[in-house]
Design a protein around this ligand. Structure first.
Ligand SMILES: Cc1cc2nc3c(=O)[nH]c(=O)nc-3n(C[C@H](O)[C@H](O)[C@H](O)COP(=O)(O)OP(=O)(O)OC[C@H]3O[C@@H](n4cnc5c(N)ncnc54)[C@H](O)[C@@H]3O)c2cc1C
Length: 416
């Protein structure tokens, strides 16, 4: 069987690097093309949550332990109202034991570092912005903004929400992403003190006036937070006359501690507002030898903390299927990949969107009703549904991807 000779991966985010790591592990020649010009800029961004399913997938490419080593394991996920009242508390130890993989908080840069090392820096070309591609019976050619080109058997578009590969696939016509109506102000604060923010709990506060606040400890010194403000709430946030930190402090002035302390401990430049978008689930992730993965294929809002988790899952599945593909059956393999991932990611996109609309509730009366709903259902029904969505049994059954033999061994692959 002739295996694939070369894969081109567009985008060195979580989806692109995970796919590339899976391909390199199987001995497939891989080159990653990233539009940004400096490795440092790739490592920006705050912290985030990776749930059990992401670690189960990372295990299949041998990277779960390296990522957990730089993460903090979460033992509780706690939902509160903006008065500080506890609405629900999920114990995460039992599912961790059951599925054999943790839920963790970590810096984005920590995950990027592990993935970059697994791919190999020499396989990542920076300052390479894809502008289009052409394909024929023998392969696919990627074109870049500097006039250069690259040729491979397969082109993987892992270039995020506003994917150029996706746009090229659709012959230049692509509706804009769907705007959620809210913004996430994400940051990492320097705030030591177990008594202020205890390690191991992911706090999730739902408030009145279209405001939410999430936070958790990342390590002894740092706390990751996300303030989510609806457009209506954001109209009162004045970043012309005030710094972002001062505007956030004002917006959350009446919220319980430690929120004021967390904001006060955050440097102005560390706060990054991101308007939240997704795309309604739709097929069409493949075009011959070209395929989309991660946010390019299935972008979702942040409410389930699953965008990166799903990017990792899809990337590992895609790499595994490409390891068994030939240049001849490649288009069919890519279609099978889409088929295998479409329903699961569509469920995630839809559920995440619905949860987000709960956060847009503005009036005090409706927020009280929502609190009651969360108090009644979030510790039981919602938790069960969320875990049923997150822990698909197949994730635990799928085999580990084979490791390629060392160079000089003729490129033969070892068995699983
Ligand atoms: C505020 C916020 C909080 C979040 N929290 C979580 C969380 O807790 N847990 C979770 O699982 N997910 C979370 N997510 C979602 C997660 O960040 C994304 O789903 C994930 O980053 C998607 O990875 P990706 O590699 O597909 O895309 P991206 O991370 O967008 O990477 C795409 C890469 O492609 C490059 N690129 C773009 N265009 C081109 C081009 N033309 N040519 C070459 N390169 C190009 C970009 O520079 C970038 O490096 C959050 C998102 C937000 C906004």
């Amino acid at each position: 069987m002739t295996t694939l000779r070369k894969a081109l991966v567009i985008g060195a985010g979580i989806g692109g690097l995970t796919t590339a790591a899976g391909l390199v592990r199987q001995g497939i020649e891989t080159e990653v093309f990233e539009a940004r010009s400096t490795p440092g800029r790739l490592l920006t961004g705050g912290g985030f949550m990776l749930w059990h399913n992401a670690f189960l997938s990372l295990r299949r490419i041998g990277l779960d332990e390296a990522v957990t080593a730089d993460s903090v394991r979460m033992r509780f996920h706690e939902f509160r109202s903006d008065s500080g009242r506890r609405l629900a508390r999920w114990h995460l130890d039992a599912p961790t034991e059951r599925c054999g993989a943790p839920a963790c908080a970590l810096r984005r840069s920590a995950l990027h570092k592990v993935l970059t090392e697994a791919v190999g820096e020499d396989r990542i070309r920076l300052d390479a912005r894809l502008t289009g591609y052409t394909q024929d019976a023998d392969g696919v050619t990627a074109r870049f903004a500097d006039g250069s080109t690259a040729r491979g058997d397969v082109l993987i578009g892992a270039d995020g929400l506003r994917s150029a590969v996706r746009a090229a696939m659709r012959r230049g016509f692509e509706p804009p992403p769907r705007y959620s109506g809210y913004t996430a102000w994400q940051a990492i604060a320097r705030l030591p003190g177990e008594s202020v923010v205890p390690t191991g709990t992911f706090f999730n506060l739902w408030g009145r006036g279209g405001r939410r606040f999430l936070y958790c400890r990342l390590n002894e010194d740092e706390v990751y937070w996300d303030a989510i403000t609806s457009d209506r709430a954001a109209r009162r946030i004045d970043t012309v006359r005030h710094t972002r930190a001062a505007a956030m402090a004002e917006a959350y002035r009446d919220w319980p501690e430690p929120i004021g302390r967390i904001i006060a401990a955050t440097e102005e430049d560390a706060i990054l507002p991101v308007s939240i978008h997704d795309r309604p689930p739709a097929g069409g992730w493949t075009d011959g030898r070209v395929v989309l993965v991660g946010d390019a294929a299935h972008p979702m809002t942040l409410n389930l903390s699953q965008g990166a988790g799903q990017a990792v899952e899809s990337a590992v599945v895609l790499a595994g299927m490409l390891g068994r593909a030939t240049p001849e059956n490649l288009p069919a393999v890519l279609r099978a990949f889409e088929e295998s991932r479409r329903a699961r990611t569509a469920d995630m996109v839809t559920t995440s969107w619905r949860i987000g609309t709960l956060g847009l509730v503005h009036s005090t009366a409706l927020c009280r009703l929502r609190d009651l709903f969360m108090y009644t259902f979030f510790g039981t029904v919602a938790r069960t549904q969320s875990y049923a969505l997150m822990l698909d049994e197949r994730l635990e059954r799928d085999p580990v991807l084979p490791v390629a033999r060392a160079a000089g061994s003729g490129g033969e692959r070892s068995p699983c």
